[in-house]
Design a protein around this ligand. Structure first.
Ligand code: GLP
Length: 250
């Protein structure tokens, strides 16, 4: 695990953006795994900036998103598909046929999950997987108790995740209780993982992820076993780490 402790969220986000930029420059046909959530919004804004001002091209990039709410169509205002178009896809030159999203309203979610795994295999796997971190240690929607070998499937959302994400929903749009998510095994197959975790609310999960025993209680802790993982933190997110980490010089 390569750990970068940044001076603030802006530096951390810029560093994560640079990792994606380097990957695309190394391999313009990269397969990127995208994540959603509040943390990723600034990162996608940074990728749009790099596209506009540094000619970063997404023309060859193929993408797979981590997860989607079960029951929501891709055009639903609260779907992760809608989020991705709003925050990234509509602003860069990614080819629509290169975008892969889980269909939350698939007639048979089990078939959808298996087909998604096959689509990932058909492009020879994910080169770089972006990850955010749930306050309870989840990655994607792999909640505590998820099998560390799990593949794409339906997961019931944990009460603390429902509480953390309630801010995105309103009285008239109720929050789905289940999601389709890449499994932990699926994520671990990515050749490179870049995790961005910011703010004090992530501090417990960060400490368990980096220093704790590998456990289904804190699913992100499995990343200790991944050979190419970069974790990018700001000071509040790093505050519960027992080990001393020097500041990143970037
Ligand atoms: C959701 C997503 C996760 C994401 C998490 C953190 O639960 N399924 O992939 O990592 O939110 O989100 P935020 O960045 O808003 O804290």
């Amino acid at each position: 695990m390569k750990i970068f402790l940044c001076v603030d969220a802006a530096q951390a986000t810029a560093l994560a953006g640079a990792q994606v930029q380097q990957q695309i420059m190394r391999k313009p046909e990269s397969v990127l795994g995208f994540a959603t959530g509040g943390t990723m919004e600034a990162l996608y804004a940074e990728l749009i900036r790099l596209h506009r001002h540094q000619a970063l091209s997404f023309a060859g990039v193929r993408s797979f998103n981590l997860d989607e709410y079960l029951g929501l169509s891709g055009t639903h205002s609260h779907s992760y598909s809608h989020y991705m178009h709003q925050h990234l896809f509509d602003h860069v030159n990614i080819q629509p046929q290169h975008i892969h999203l889980l269909q939350g309203d698939a007639a048979d979610p089990v078939v959808e999950a298996q087909a998604y795994e096959q689509r990932i295999q058909a492009v020879d796997g994910i080169d770089l997987q972006l990850l955010g971190l749930g306050e309870n240690g989840h990655i994607g929607f792999n909640e505590p108790s998820s099998s560390l070998a799990s593949r794409t499937r339906v997961k019931r959302l944990a009460p603390d995740t429902l509480a953390a994400n309630q801010r995105y929903f309103s009285a008239d749009i109720s929050q789905p209780t289940h999601a389709l998510t890449m499994g932990i095994g699926t994520i671990m197959d990515a050749r490179q993982v870049v995790m961005l975790a910011l703010g004090a609310k992530k501090a417990d999960a960060v400490a368990h992820m980096i220093e704790g025993p590998i456990s289904a209680r804190w699913p992100a802790s499995v990343l200790q076993m991944h050979p190419q993982t970069t974790v990018i933190l700001d000071a509040p997110a790093a505050q519960h780490l027992a080990c001393q980490i020097g500041r990143a010089h970037v």
